[in-house]
Write a protein that binds this ligand. Structure first.
Ligand code: FES
Ligand SMILES: [Fe+2]
Length: 384
């Protein structure tokens, strides 16, 4: 019997089921127990043992262009803000006021200073408290000694990553293998063309799993994705502890599956190659030579997930676009449609996770990434 040692009492039978699923060979793989998608207690365990102990993607670094530009996010229940500093570096700080814990910055934008919306305590963009009105009678209160906690931050391949865990290896170290595998796609050069924030009514793992397999393209995206990138071309490769990955190939001559003519160093089938990776736990990237479609997730509850998503384009591809406004609109509409296809299905599936007759189902070989994800979850959630 599993002995729970952590302060969060995650249901032992759920963990035992997870361990059982993760231990199966691929040809006998099954889905996670349905309750793993609906239990608040399970989510608490995930927050404590996964989201507070992982590198999480805040967004594309190229979105922060001038000092003061910021992106807010949440890592393991901790509101954060990644802000470009005056020297061009990106620093991440706690987004919680030192007075009575109001949330400081909202959404995304540019801040000269950070002024708390509650009682106007004011910070600079590095988190130093500059002033606090009507505090002159508070004995030994010295604003200059107060600073919003700084959160460990690293840039990797054009992405901003933050973590609450100061003992984790560097992102680049964890993802060295992935970087090598995706080197031909030149991810750091990509230019973001749009980014959105949404809340979907589904468990975060359902969306992560949905994005990490292309098994569903021929059915759910029959008229949107499948014609360009057929399910049957999927090849799942063996991942590593920090990520899972599969490839597929765009059809000959399709607009979005053709490498730019200037990239003469890429040959043969590699010119039509796509990748789809999940950087555990919740950064999802799918792309080819000319774009990346990405999501970064954090759970809001067991049945709600915050979805940050966007598209970034290769600069040489972008340079050829004549009417950028139209092109961006069309691109956004296309990916929006694909997301709505997934969202509609996943939101209905979330209610079915609660149904009394719902049981784990079998997985296809095209769902190998889900099987690797289960192993990752088991490693993370079940104390050794
Ligand atoms: S909570 Fe921020 S100033 Fe009071
Ligand atoms: Fe999908």
């Amino acid at each position: 019997m599993h002995q729970e040692t952590n302060s969060v009492p995650v249901m032992p039978n759920l963990l035992a089921n997870l361990a059982g699923a993760a231990a199966r060979p691929l040809d006998q793989a099954v889905t996670l127990p349905p309750k793993a998608y609906s239990s608040d207690e399970f989510l608490q365990g995930e927050q404590e043992r996964i989201f507070r102990k992982s590198w999480l993607c805040v967004g594309r670094a190229d979105e922060l262009k001038v000092p003061g530009d910021y992106l807010t996010f949440d890592i393991g229940g901790q509101p954060i803000a990644s802000i470009m500093q005056r020297d061009g570096r990106i620093k991440t700080i706690s987004n919680v006021c030192l007075h009575r814990s109001a949330k400081l910055l909202k959404d995304t934008g540019n801040c000269g200073r950070i002024v708390c919306p509650y009682h106007a305590w004011t910070y600079d963009c590095a988190g130093q408290l500059l002033g606090a009105p009507h505090m002159e009678q508070a004995r030994d209160f010295r604003p200059r000694e107060l600073h919003l906690p700084e959160i460990r931050t690293e840039l990797w391949e054009g992405w901003i990553y933050a973590t609450l865990d100061n003992s984790l290896p560097a992102v680049a170290e964890q993802l060295r293998g992935l970087k090598n595998r995706l080197a031909m796609f030149d991810m750091p050069q990509l230019v973001q063309i749009f980014r959105k924030d949404e809340v979907w009514h589904t468990n975060w793992k359902s969306l992560a799993e949905n994005f990490m397999e292309s098994y569903h393209l021929f059915q759910l995206h029959a008229t949107t994705v499948e014609p360009e990138m057929p399910t049957k071309t999927t090849v799942c490769v063996e991942g590593e502890p920090a990520y899972c990955l599969h490839h597929f190939w765009g059809i000959e001559g399709s607009v979005i599956s053709t490498v730019h003519p200037s990239k003469t160093h890429i040959h043969g089938e590699d010119r039509r190659k796509y990748y789809d990776a999940c950087i555990f736990p919740s950064h999802l990237v799918a792309g080819g030579h000319n774009f990346v479609f990405w999501l970064s997730l954090y759970p809001k509850s067991s049945c709600q997930v915050h979805v940050r998503w966007g598209v970034a384009m290769a600069p040489e591809h972008l340079a050829d676009v004549e009417n950028r406004e139209n092109y961006f609109k069309e691109t956004e509409a296309y990916f929006d449609l694909v997301n709505r296809e997934d969202q509609t299905l996943l939101e209905a599936m979330q209610t079915a996770h609660h149904a009394p007759l719902t049981k784990p189902g079998r997985l296809s070989h095209f769902e190998r990434p889900l099987w690797e994800f289960q192993k990752y979850l088991a490693r993370s959630l079940i104390p050794a």
